[in-house]
Design a protein around this ligand. Structure first.
Ligand SMILES: Nc1ncnc2c1ncn2[C@@H]1O[C@H](COP(=O)(O)OP(=O)(O)OP(=O)(O)O)[C@@H](O)[C@H]1O
Ligand SMILES: [Mg+2]
Length: 416
């Protein structure tokens, strides 16, 4: 087996803006050829605006590496995985994989909707070049892992999205592939199944198989991967050991320029949340929230409410400026910065957003800033021991443990 599992050289993928290219799996191509062998090639209109979803990506991944691929929406992560799994072709450059590839992507997972779960497992195995007897050996493991025993002879188009993903993951993880490409899909299943998938990915990683794992969940990436690769506008901007690469990415995200946002009475110039002592925010850090805005009209009694939300917009807590202080009146055109110094931010590792309301209390005016500011709390050993994941919820408690008297023994106090 060669040492290198994946090698990309000057890889580029160009899309036409506003035109969504549809993907074809091996199965689609085969069935389309059978249905209409002489269909002419589509003509391509000229003078379109193009976008390089991937631009000049060169990288090498060694066999047995488990690599997290991170980056903003639209950075090119899925495009890279689609090229590697041959769902789409690169516009230029080359991508080479040594070994059989299993993929679990947001599109073209590789199931035929009309076929049953059982038939799809055999079809996927056959596409990978496995013998029937080999697939048979893996079959029970896949079905048990995916927990779809009762539905194994039902066409997968009748599956719920959770069942579909469970079976897809079971197939990708258990069939004999040397390289596994996983794109964000784990977010679909329930929390318990996600845990099972992470455990399986960890196991596969230790087995010497190569994994590329795309996710926006930094805690998951840290727990599963040994190295990370950051994509930004189609380019690789960092590639290195997991913790320092993820920390670097989070620090860069939090220092990004805020685009001006307008409400009826205010122009919001900046929203930021920063830890006092470090470029990344960790649980219990002292932090500052600042909002800078320009008043479009006279504001007699400026006010602000800042709340912290989960990514699915559940409000966790909030602070109202008026509960702490009064701000001086503003004339139209004047700039104002209001903020809070938070002594200890009790958020556990994960993704959050700030929601801002700006006010003029003299007129009873409240305007919601129509843009949520995203930020991350980095994964750390919150209580000095193991790292906590999302199972623990969102809020950390400052606490110490004590050992009450037991069988007359003296009580002991422990803290970290
Ligand atoms: N099939 C397509 N046709 C046209 N443009 C596309 C297509 N797929 C992706 N793009 C564009 O290419 C760029 C990269 O997209 P890609 O899906 O690879 O990003 P991503 O990093 O996976 O983002 P996300 O985190 O949102 O999943 C985006 O600007 C996207 O709009
Ligand atoms: Mg994507």
């Amino acid at each position: 087996m060669p040492e290198t599992a994946i090698r990309c050289e000057e890889l580029g993928k160009r899309y036409r803006l506003g035109v969504h290219e549809s993907y074809k799996t091996v199965r689609d191509v085969l069935s389309a050829k059978l249905a209409s062998p002489f269909r002419p090639a589509k003509s391509v209109a000229k003078n379109h605006v193009h976008l390089w979803a991937l631009a000049d990506v060169s990288l090498e991944i060694k066999r047995g590496e488990v690599v997290g691929i991170i980056g903003h929406n639209g950075a090119g992560k899925s495009t890279l995985l689609k090229i590697l799994s041959r769902i789409t072709k690169p516009t230029r450059g080359s991508a080479e994989i040594n070994g059989r590839v299993g993929s679990l992507l947001e599109v073209g997972t590789g199931f035929h909707p009309e076929l049953t779960g059982r038939e799809n497992i055999y079809l996927n195995g056959a596409i990978l070049g496995m013998r029937k007897s080999e697939i048979k050996r893996k079959f029970d493991e896949i079905v048990a892992f995916a927990e779809v025993e009762k539905f194994i002879d039902t066409p997968v188009k009748r599956y719920s999205s959770g069942m579909y993903v469970r079976l897809a993951f079971g197939v990708a993880a258990h069939l004999e592939t040397e390289v596994l490409l996983v794109d964000e899909v784990l977010a679909v299943g329930d929390a318990q199944f996600q845990k099972k998938c992470f455990a399986k990915i960890n196991e596969i990683g230790k087995d010497g198989r190569t994994i590329l794992f795309v996710s926006h969940n930094m805690a998951a990436v840290r727990s599963v991967c040994r190295e990370a690769l950051v994509l930004d506008r189609g380019r690789v901007v960092a590639h290195g050991a997991i913790d320092e690469t993820v920390d670097g990415y989070l620090a860069q995200v939090s220092s990004e320029v805020f685009d001006t946002v307008e409400t009826t009475s205010f122009t919001v110039k900046k929203v930021e949340i920063l830890a006092d002592k470090s470029p990344i925010i960790k649980t219990f850090d002292a932090a500052q929230v600042k909002v800078r805005f320009v008043a479009k009209t006279d504001v007699g009694d400026p006010g602000m409410y800042v709340s912290i939300l989960t990514p699915d917009s559940r409000r966790l807590t909030g602070l109202d400026f008026k509960d702490f202080a009064n701000a001086a009146p503003l004339r139209a055109g004047e700039t104002c910065e209001l903020g809070f110094a938070v002594e200890s931010l009790p958020l556990l590792p994960g993704a959050y957003q700030l929601e801002i309301h700006l006010k003029d209390m003299s007129r009873g005016l409240v305007e919601i800033v129509p843009h949520a500011y995203r930020f991350e709390v980095a994964e750390t050993q919150v209580y000095g021991g193991r790292k906590l994941d999302s199972w623990f919820g969102n809020i950390g408690l400052r606490a110490h443990a004590f050992n009450g008297s037991c069988n007359g023994a003296k009580a002991k106090t422990c803290s970290n």
